[in-house]
Design a binder for this molecule. Structure first.
Ligand code: SAM
Length: 220
């Protein structure tokens, strides 16, 4: 019997090869600017280590969690855990918990709520939770568009808006290959995210960038 071929996409539809190739931009420096030097980080939904690798290089030990074994196979230097974020209970806390990749928007309300509960369950009393979300203003109004960074392209098509709900197709490209992912989610402005955080015992402190895509929260 032959072994099944490794999955090309994570269960949430994220293309593994794209995330293995796509580098971080200023995000690790932004993260570092609000946490203690060399503190340990819990990276929830770490993917192929796009953020974990530069954070390790900056001296932060990282525990990297993902439900995709194929994603985790790309992560080097971190402690890796194959697990669902919503069920995670490590019985220990971290000075910094990361929930990146817009998972808070794209996972459905119940799951997003459970993700935030996992953040709350794992953050130190004096620690910080950093959440990456879709730019709320932009996400409420985007249409078909292509953007580019470092030779990588992102094309959004087949866009449907319904209040704060969005559906679209996202096509990633790196100049030689393209990958598609269906987007289905909810735009979270400051008010709605703050309410979800509060429900889970966290308090929204501030946004870290001018687009409001990185949100800092602390135990309430
Ligand atoms: C869009 S990728 C982002 C990866 C990484 N955080 C980054 O910024 O490059 C989302 C990742 O979250 C993982 N993920 C989605 N839902 C998850 C869940 N419920 N539990 C664990 N991992 C999950 C996917 O497998 C995927 O690797």
């Amino acid at each position: 019997m032959t072994a099944p071929a490794p999955a090309t996409h994570a269960p949430d539809g994220s293309p593994v090869e794209f995330f293995a190739r796509f580098p971080a931009d200023e995000e690790p420096l932004l993260i570092r600017s609000v946490i203690p030097p060399r503190c340990e980080i819990l990276d929830l939904g770490c993917g192929a280590g796009r953020l974990a690798h530069p954070l390790l290089a900056l001296g932060h030990p990282v525990v990297a969690v993902d439900q995709s074994a194929e994603m985790l196979a790309h992560v080097v230097g971190a402690e890796t855990l194959l697990a669902d974020i919503e069920d995670l209970d490590l019985g220990r806390r971290f000075p910094c918990v990361l929930l990146a990749g817009n998972l808070v928007n794209l996972s459905g309300d119940d799951l997003a709520d459970r993700f935030l509960a996992t953040c709350a369950r794992h953050v130190d009393e004096e620690g910080t939770v950093l959440i990456q979300r879709l730019d709320p203003e932009w996400a409420l109004s985007f249409g078909n568009v292509t953007t580019e960074r470092d030779g990588f392209t992102f094309t959004i098509s087949e866009v449907h808006h319904d209040g704060d709900r969005i559906e679209a197709t996202l096509t990633y490209g790196d100049g030689s290959e393209t990958w598609e992912q269906a987007l289905c989610g909810r735009v979270l402005d400051d008010r709605s995210l703050a309410a979800m955080l509060r429900w889970n015992g966290l308090e929204m402190v501030r946004t870290l960038d001018h687009r409001g895509t990185w949100v800092q929260a602390v135990p309430a």
